[in-house]
Design a protein around this ligand. Structure first.
Ligand code: 13P
Length: 262
């Protein structure tokens, strides 16, 4: 039985925009989509602001009934206690976060997050009712040495080790060489790895989970490249960095269905 997956366009703001700028961007994005008569529901939109912005974004989205989901860019593997500087999944869930990004390559690289910590954070997210957006991807050296799928596949297997078959998760393939470089993977390249990742989901969680779980591509996604990516059968959306900070450009990415023929 074919299962349809709602496309997910997610904006990872990284360490950009304070809470006032965050409110301005959410409002502008909302108005831009409204002006364009964007049909909400055809695509899910999720925003990932810095921790200090989340409360402001939540209040605005709630008050104005804006149809955007939101989440955090990271969480602690622990639930509470003496972990200075960390943020518990319990707090995020209380703030009505639906999602949390886990294992982004910038966390893996600059904060030495390995597969074990990523797996522990996935468990923490699930304990608190958050949907983990599990990021995997290879560096240029790894691409040259092992090919495109090997590293992302092994990272995902590790992250899914103790995940129950009925868990709600999102997987994001983000080749490190494509992040912030302007060098987007070709649709065929991205499709090949996303298909391999879906096979890992099937192997770890079963066919039903593989059929319903969204697999995103991330890395220099722009309005000019999104339509080609979204035509691929195993790409269900995008995790967008730089372009998600620009209301017009991000709105154009969200509205990719209007230019799929391009
Ligand atoms: P860019 O879209 O800026 O390349 O960033 C991608 C990314 O890392 C999203 O998580």
């Amino acid at each position: 039985m074919a299962v349809s997956r709602t496309p997910l366009i997610a904006g990872n703001w990284k360490m950009n925009l304070d809470h006032l700028q965050a409110v301005a961007l959410v409002q502008k994005l909302h108005w831009t989509l409204k002006d364009a008569d964007h049909e909400t529901g055809s695509v899910e939109v999720a925003l990932f602001p810095p921790f200090t912005d989340i409360r402001s974004v939540q209040t605005l989205i709630d008050a104005d009934k804006i149809p955007f989901a939101f989440g955090a860019q990271d969480l602690s593997a622990h639930d509470s206690g003496a972990y200075t500087g960390e943020v518990s999944g319990a707090f995020l869930s209380k703030l009505q976060c639906r999602y949390v990004i886990i294992g982004h390559s910038e966390r893996r690289e600059y904060h030495a997050e390995g597969d074990d910590l990523v797996a522990a954070k996935v468990q923490a997210a699930l304990r608190h009712g958050l949907v983990p957006v599990i990021c995997v991807g290879e560096t240029l050296e790894q691409l040259e040495e092992f090919g495109a799928s090997a590293v992302p596949v092994s990272q995902l297997k590790a992250a899914l080790a103790d995940v129950p078959a009925d868990a709600d998760i999102v997987v994001a393939y983000e080749p490190v060489w494509a992040i912030g470089t302007g060098k987007v993977a070709t649709s065929a390249q991205a499709q090949e790895v996303c298909a391999a990742l879906r096979a890992v989901i099937a192997e770890s969680l079963g066919d039903e989970a593989a059929a319903r779980t969204r697999v995103l591509y991330g890395g220099s996604v722009k309005s000019s490249s999104i339509a080609g990516l979204m035509r691929e059968p195993d790409i269900d959306g995008a995790l967008v960095g730089g372009a998600s900070l620009l209301a017009d450009e991000f709105a154009a990415i969200i509205r990719y269905q209007k230019h799929v023929g391009v």
